[in-house]
Design a protein around this ligand. Structure first.
Ligand SMILES: [Fe+2]
Length: 244
C-alpha cells in the first residue's frame, strides 16, 4: 500500500511537467507554422507583383479566377484550411505566363500554331517556377494541370477524370468562366447565362460535370448578391468582378 501511495504522489508531478513541455512545444510549432504562412504570403505577393508588371490583365484575371474558384469551393462545403489552399493555387495558376514572350501573350488577335504552342507551355512553366519551393509543391502540381480536360484530351499530361487534381479541375472552370465573361479592349464579355450554358455544354468532355453543376449554382448565388467587387484573404484590396 505504502509503495502504491508513493507512486501516486510522484506520478501527477511527472505528468504535469510533461504536459507543460508538450504544450510549449505545441505552441512553438503553431508559432512556426504561422511564421511560415506569413513568409509564404509575402512570397505570393512579390511573385504576383512580377506578373502584374508583365501583364496587368493576367494579374486581374488571376484574382478573379481565385474569387470564382473560392465560390465553388464554398458551395462544396470546403473548410477554411482547404479554401486557403485553393486560394493559393488559384492565385498562381497562370504564373508561368511570365515566361511567354510579350508578342504572344499580349497579341490582340488569334494566335497562330507556333504561338499557340508557346502559350501552351505556361502551365508547365508555372510548375517550374513554383516547385523548387517546398511549401508550394501542391500549388505547383495544381497549376501544372489546370488545362487538363476531363476526357483526357487536355495538356500537358493528358490526365483524365479524377486523375486530374481536384483544384486543377476547379481552376479550369473558373478560368474558362472568366475568359468568357471578362470584357477586353477588342470584345465585350459574355453574360453569365451564356457562359453557364457553354460550361454545361462541355460538362463531361472538357469539365468535371459535378463541379459545373456546383459552379453554376454558386455563381447564380454570387450574382444575386449584386456586388460588383470581391476581396481575398492573401491579397489585400477590393477588386472588380469585371475585367480590368
Ligand atoms: Fe491558364
Amino acid at each position: 500500500m505504502k509503495k502504491q501511495n508513493k507512486e501516486a504522489d510522484v506520478l501527477p508531478l511527472k505528468q504535469s511537467s510533461a504536459d507543460k513541455s508538450v504544450n510549449d512545444l505545441a505552441k512553438e510549432i503553431k508559432e512556426l507554422k504561422q511564421q511560415q504562412k506569413s513568409v509564404c504570403e509575402q512570397a505570393v505577393r512579390s511573385i504576383l507583383q512580377a506578373l502584374d508588371c508583365k501583364d496587368h490583365y493576367t494579374f486581374g484575371h488571376s484574382l478573379r479566377v481565385t474569387h470564382f474558384a473560392l465560390k465553388l469551393g464554398e458551395e462544396m462545403g470546403f473548410d477554411d484550411e482547404t479554401l486557403y489552399d485553393l486560394e493559393m493555387s488559384a492565385l498562381f495558376h497562370d504564373i508561368g505566363k511570365i515566361a511567354v514572350p510579350d508578342a504572344v501573350l499580349l497579341k490582340p488577335a488569334r494566335l497562330d500554331d507556333e504561338e499557340f504552342l508557346q502559350m501552351k507551355q505556361h502551365p508547365s512553366k508555372s510548375a517550374e517556377i513554383l516547385e523548387g519551393f517546398e511549401p508550394f509543391e501542391d500549388v505547383a502540381k495544381n497549376a501544372k494541370h489546370h488545362h487538363e480536360r476531363y476526357d483526357g484530351r487536355g495538356y500537358p499530361d493528358g490526365l483524365k477524370g479524377e486523375e486530374i487534381p481536384l483544384f486543377s479541375r476547379i481552376i479550369l472552370i473558373a478560368d474558362t468562366f472568366d475568359a468568357m465573361t471578362s470584357t477586353r479592349p477588342y470584345r465585350k464579355g459574355l453574360p453569365y447565362d451564356v457562359a453557364f450554358a457553354e460550361l454545361e455544354e462541355f460538362a463531361g468532355s472538357q469539365f468535371d460535370p459535378e463541379l459545373v453543376k456546383n459552379f453554376v449554382s454558386a455563381m447564380t448565388k454570387d450574382r444575386a448578391e449584386k456586388s460588383d467587387t470581391f476581396s481575398l484573404k492573401i491579397i489585400e484590396g477590393q477588386f472588380k468582378k469585371d475585367a480590368a
